[in-house]
Design a protein around this ligand. Structure first.
Ligand code: FES
Ligand code: FES
Length: 161
């Protein structure tokens, strides 16, 4: 068993988990944060992407104990609750989801992608960077459109600030 302490969506938590518990299972089953999905459990699909210390991580590839001491952000904590995060808003506006299964992972991956490219994104870069996120509904065209729109909107906000 391993003791852990971490911040999840701004809330400090601590507990004890089995050494083998994956971060994704800890978040879903222990913390009730079921917005983080499990599509494969083998690092193939990206449905489980969360942020650990600000960076996108497939949470099925990390043990919960390895995230001890870290700040974890899941889809539930992305917006301030008053309004959608710009990436969520862009997915809504550009119809970047169909069944929605891949959407939390896509949005968390996209948010990190935009953070890493403050100069802006182009379609080729978005498609290359989304390589690790699979959409079974194959809605890639609108997902890419949404990410490009969010990137532009967030760059505009940063300039205005
Ligand atoms: Fe983690 Fe598929 S569940 S990559
Ligand atoms: Fe259905 Fe992507 S919207 S898997």
């Amino acid at each position: 068993m391993a003791d852990l302490t971490m911040t999840v969506n701004g809330r400090r938590i601590s507990g004890t988990v089995e050494d083998r518990t994956l971060l994704v299972h800890f978040l879903r089953e222990n913390q009730g944060l079921t917005g983080t999905h499990v599509g494969c459990d083998t690092s193939q699909c990206g449905a489980c992407v969360v942020h650990v210390d600000g960076k996108a991580v497939k949470s099925c590839t990390m043990l919960a104990a390895q995230a001890s001491g870290s700040e974890v952000l899941t889809i539930e904590g992305l917006s301030d609750g008053a309004e959608l995060h710009p990436v969520q808003a862009a997915f809504k506006e550009h119809h970047g989801l169909q069944c929605g299964f891949c959407t939390p992972g896509m949005i968390m991956a996209a948010t990190d992608m935009i953070r890493r490219h403050p100069e802006g994104l182009d379609e080729k870069t978005v498609r290359a960077e989304l390589e690790g996120n699979i959409c079974r509904c194959t809605g890639y065209h609108n997902i890419v459109k949404a990410i490009l729109a969010a990137s532009e909107a967030m760059a505009g906000r940063a300039k205005a600030a």
